[in-house]
Write a protein that binds this ligand. Structure first.
Ligand SMILES: Cc1cc2nc3c(=O)[nH]c(=O)nc-3n(C[C@H](O)[C@H](O)[C@H](O)COP(=O)(O)OP(=O)(O)OC[C@H]3O[C@@H](n4cnc5c(N)ncnc54)[C@H](O)[C@@H]3O)c2cc1C
Length: 315
């Protein structure tokens, strides 16, 4: 008989895990979630591939590279919502560049340094990196469609305690910020991000200046302009003065954006934990996969592969 696996959470961490595990016919998989796309953090992401807030955790190197390869492959299927885009990561002249350890996370041959004579006057250095852009509004339903052919069962349910799930052989916890109460884990906190949506121009590269901070992500439906990193803020709401500041930062660098209609805004809570938790809880049938902060998409399929290995070891 197939092992019965329950995955709690239907964000990118839960869906990537379900995707990898359902690839073999070895398991009966149920996904339980309090909320589904589009009402979850994973729909609030920008969501381009970049190892953010994971640079000092060497496990992130394999996770990021594995996810990169996975998304790159999927970019061949236009209906997946994944495309390969140029990311311009700039370091302004008034900041000191931290050691670029993130370079270890990127696959070989996808990054070049922009020649000095092509830099804006206030920029000391810029990297041009070819990265996957995940259009969440297309990709999450795309994954959902695949599951309908793989017999994965989805149920809306809030899990208050792991004890409720005693009928399953293996429990996989992908609850993001929900792990704070489910696992009584105070290490996980929200980092709020606010963004503005502008009329898009898909000919532009993704632009990122982590110090301002400013990032611009030209998706097909809208251009995401962010953002903020507000630690410990639990309200997923935007503030008019912050949105104005985000826009003014963007207009400073790209004055032409003033002609782009404002389409909306949103806020999301990144599930940040100093150490992403991917491990089996000793002496239990529970595997955790949460706390990916601002890199949930970047780490998703890599972490999911590690979870699949842990599941294998329990067989
Ligand atoms: C503004 C912004 C920009 C971002 N940009 C990027 C980016 O460019 N690149 C990138 O890689 N990442 C980015 N991120 C981060 C990324 O969005 C997150 O890391 C990722 O979405 C986390 O996914 P998750 O599946 O772990 O959590 P979530 O998407 O929050 O999903 C958690 C799931 O668990 C369910 N759940 C929680 N508690 C319970 C419970 N008790 N019972 C049942 N179900 C429960 C929820 O309902 C939900 O289905 C960004 C985030 C924000 C906010």
């Amino acid at each position: 008989m197939n092992k019965k696996i329950v995955i709690i959470g239907a964000g990118i961490s839960g869906l990537a895990t379900a995707y990898i595990l359902s690839g073999s016919n070895k398991y009966d998989i149920t996904v339980l979630a309090k909320e589904f796309s589009p009402n979850i953090t994973s729909n609030r992401a920008a969501a381009f591939w970049y190892p953010y807030q994971i640079r000092f955790d060497k496990r992130g190197i394999a996770w990021s590279k594995k996810s990169y390869d996975f998304f790159k492959e999927l970019a061949n299927d236009a209906s997946s919502g994944i495309s390969m885009k140029h990311l311009l990561k700039v370091i302004r002249k008034d900041v000191v560049e931290e050691a670029p350890v993130w370079l270890e996370f990127i696959p070989e041959g996808v990054c070049t340094i922009v020649p000095e004579n092509q830099l804006a006057p206030d920029v000391q250095k810029a990297y041009d990196v070819l990265v996957p852009l995940v259009e969440t509004q297309i990709f999450l339903p795309y994954l959902q469609n695949i599951f309908s052919t793989r017999n994965v069962v989805f149920k809306q349910q809030e899990v208050k305690s792991f004890d409720e799930l005693s009928s399953f052989d293996i429990i996989i916890n992908c609850t993001g910020l929900g792990a704070r109460s489910l696992c009584h884990d105070d290490a996980i906190i929200p980092i709020r991000g606010q963004i503005v949506l502008l009329e898009t121009d898909t000919s532009m590269p993704i632009y990122m200046d982590n110090e301002t901070p400013l990032y611009i992500v030209p998706r097909k439906d809208a251009m995401i302009v962010g953002g903020t990193y507000e630690r410990g803020v639990y309200d997923a709401v935007t503030e008019p003065e912050t949105l104005e500041r985000i826009l003014s930062n963007a207009y400073n660098v790209f004055p032409q954006l003033k002609n782009h209609k404002i389409l909306g805004n949103w806020a999301g809570l990144r599930p940040y934990r100093p150490q992403v938790r991917v491990e089996r809880e000793p002496d239990t049938n529970i595997i955790h996969n949460y706390g990916h902060g601002g890199s949930g998409f970047t780490l998703s399929f890599g972490c999911a592969s590690d979870v699949a290995n842990l599941v294998e070891q329990m067989n």
